[in-house]
Design a protein around this ligand. Sequence first.
Ligand code: NAP
Length: 440
Amino acid sequence: MTAQFAIVGSGPGGMYAADALLKQLPDCRIDVYERFPAPFGLIRYGVAPDHFKTRNTARQFIRTLELDNVTYFGNVEVGRDVTLDELERHYDAVIIAVGAYNDRTLGIPGEELPGVYGACAFVGWYNGHPDHRHLDPLLDGEGVAVIGIGNVALDVCRVLAKTPAEMSGSDLCAHAAEAIQAGAYKNLYMFGRRGPLEAGFTPKELGEIKDLERCQVIVDQAQLPGDVPDDFDGRVRGIKEKNLQILHELALQNKPDLPIKMNVRFYSAPKEIIGTDRVEAIRVERTKVEDGFAVGTGEIEEIPVGAVVTAIGYRTEVPGDLALDRGRVANQGGRVRPGIYVVGWAKRGPSGTIPTNGPDSRDVAEAVIADLQPSDKPGGKGIWPLLGERNSRIVTWDEWERIAEQEIARAPAGRPRERFTSVDEMLSVLDNVPRKASNQ
Ligand code: NAP
């Protein structure tokens, strides 16, 4: 019997799981379900457009999706076109790999004002995510506040700070490139509620803001410790030491002529977003760190900004009746219940880089294979006609490749591609193109 697997989500967690299953069971069948015509989830819609190397991770996954025993069910949403229950009945194992694509909220007054954006939405906007393409953020104020001091906050600040020349060769969407260049902001703020030693960013990403063409970074030397204390060791200590060294270098920056200032403010917790019809300012409270927690000091500062982007982590939303546990799918080492597994950010929460998913998804693939029982489940052969009856417009791998070719063909000079930002646009490329039979 050929083992039949369904993977729900074609981002890095799901695709590393596909590779791991294929390595151990080269003859198995894998169907990858993706809610958009475009594959690769976080790699396409989350990674910063100027992080070419990370985006190239997709190359390995393209080879996987080209295999005869792997089928891409693009534009098929589990929960809309097919139920989780139906997948469970048709496959030996279903692997949930839906990531964590929802913004967490701050829970402070003023958060509902126009001009407050979660990082999912904001990053999705500049990356052409169909749900966020029309965000049209308010970049007409004198400042933009970014809440959080992780790598997502750095991505947002860097993309807002870079010049068109610095973004050349990136696939920043044209609508966002235009809005960023038209932006009136002179001050970007990155607010961390804790200090430099607790910051989530990593040295490579921090180093990328050192020499920006039109942006001076401002760090208050008084907020930086001289050394990393003894309670950090191993790899984490190395990261903290490098971060601290870069922060000390940044604190010495003296480039007053550059038009944009990126103010990295530690020990500043957001308390309230101020405005009548839109964001006008943000109030932050000075904090100190006690036992690892940010504790308010009562000292409040109000800073004029026209927009606030929260980069404070993500939460997952799952199909079907799966239980959530602290923003991720409740699981034991990737096992959710017999026949259902979870990988990636939906499994462990929104942490780690894209390669972190490799070993993690491999461990879950091992659990899937260890639990496998002989069965005669039909796999995608049973699902394909079901989707046909429902008039679901499945986008096959060959069809996606045609859409991708058009994104490349329409790119302006100096850019690798110009993305289609709506499902309708993507599907319209396929009008009048005869459909190839599926490999099911
Ligand atoms: P992160 O590193 O966990 O940063 C989240 C930030 O939000 C932290 O500074 C956190 O502060 C802060 N925060 C959370 N709740 C808050 C609140 N209520 N008020 C104020 N601040 C709050 O996560 P991330 O930046 O979203 O990134 C997610 C993962 O993707 C990370 O593992 C990251 O390294 C990875 N990533 C990697 C890259 C890259 O490799 N280039 C790029 C982007 C993302 P506390 O620490 O005090 O909670």
